[in-house]
Ligand binder design. Structure first.
Ligand code: SAM
Length: 314
């Protein structure tokens, strides 16, 4: 351990070298994030930081070594993940929120009826994980009654922790349900009441061809959706159809290889009007949306719109 404080730029360079040698992409950015975390400052303030004392250098080296050794995800090491407008607690046992999921939150927030005098909309997040979708929606729409459903215990405890943190920060509390999102008996009190159902379910078709950060560390129950990626999605779409009010919106994230299959599942369910496929900003098929038929529909037959579009223009 170096007994003297050392300039922060040198600590960042050394950390970046270690990470780069271990094959970590974006080694310099990750090195900055680790240093900023240990010093308790924003990454943008690093260049103004004082020299780093020996204890902080040691902590940085340990985190960098853990990342380099077995590819523990940076977010697990730092204990936090930034998602949309929020920062959530994450760690082993919970899926790390991904930027593409923010597109779902944006889409559903745009689709919800505007705040008015009546009761706020009911929104259900099926397969909630850390709570990224549910909590983002509750943050943006304080009038909404947001319900988050999670089955697995480890993820559930992160969800509860984040729900408590956000409520303490002033957001409208969400309701957490320890329930199977594929069970047709789920949430009977919300039947026909939801203005929106959102879901980022486990959807990757079985494979071992994933980065080590993901395959070795994130829970398989969060990643894989059976051989075809649809094992959770298919029954979950039935549950969503039962929860949604007529005219309510569904948005489901999917693997970039299963867009047409997920759209077909939603269309075949029979409760939904025009089913739309959406791409992310890189042009990859990313999520499907649909609207539950109003009572007495007749002219809209659940047609699937297959035109892939950039981003989420509606
Ligand atoms: C891909 S992760 C997404 C988590 C979160 N929605 C997000 O975007 O970060 C899928 C989540 O679904 C949960 N899950 C898997 N099967 C489930 C089921 N049958 N019912 C409820 N949750 C389930 C997993 O534990 C995991 O937290």
């Amino acid at each position: 351990m170096n007994p003297r404080p050392v300039p922060v730029a040198g600590v960042v360079r050394s950390a970046a070298r270690t990470l780069s040698a271990a094959g970590v992409d974006s080694a310099h950015v990750e090195a900055q994030l680790v240093c900023a975390h240990v010093l308790g400052i924003d990454r943008s303030r690093l260049m103004f930081a004082d020299d780093v004392d020996a204890a902080a250098v040691s902590e940085i080296e340990q985190l960098v070594a853990a990342r380099a050794r077995d590819r523990t995800p940076l977010q697990y090491l730092l204990g936090r993940a930034v998602t949309g407008r929020l920062e959530l607690a994450v760690g082993p046992g919970v899926f790390i929120p991904r930027p593409e999921t923010e597109l779902l939150a944006e889409w559903i927030l745009a689709a919800l009826p505007a705040p008015g005098d009546g009761p706020g909309p009911v929104v259900v997040d099926l397969c909630a994980g850390s709570g990224t979708l549910a909590l983002e929606i509750a943050h943006a729409r304080p009038d909404a009654h947001v319900h988050a459903v999670e089955l697995h215990d480890a993820a559930l405890s992160w969800l509860r922790r984040n729900a408590d943190e956000r409520a303490a920060a002033g957001d409208t509390p969400i309701e957490v349900h320890h329930t199977d999102a594929t069970d047709p008996r789920a949430l009977p009190h919300l039947r026909d009441r939801a203005a929106a159902v959102v879901s980022n379910p486990p959807y990757i078709p079985f494979t071992d061809d994933l980065p080590a950060d993901v395959l070795m560390h994130e829970p398989a129950t969060a990643l894989f959706g059976g051989g075809d990626g649809l094992a959770v999605v298919t029954p979950l779409v039935d549950v969503a159809a039962a929860l949604l009010a007529p005219g309510g919106h569904l948005a489901v994230e999917h693997d970039d290889t299963t867009g047409p299959a997920v759209a077909a599942v939603v269309s075949a369910q029979g409760a939904f009007g025009t089913v739309e496929q959406h791409t992310d900003l890189a042009g990859r098929p990313r999520f499907v949306t649909a609207t539950r038929f109003d009572a007495g529909h007749g002219d809209d037959d659940g047609e699937v719109v297959t035109t892939a579009r950039k981003g989420i223009t509606r």
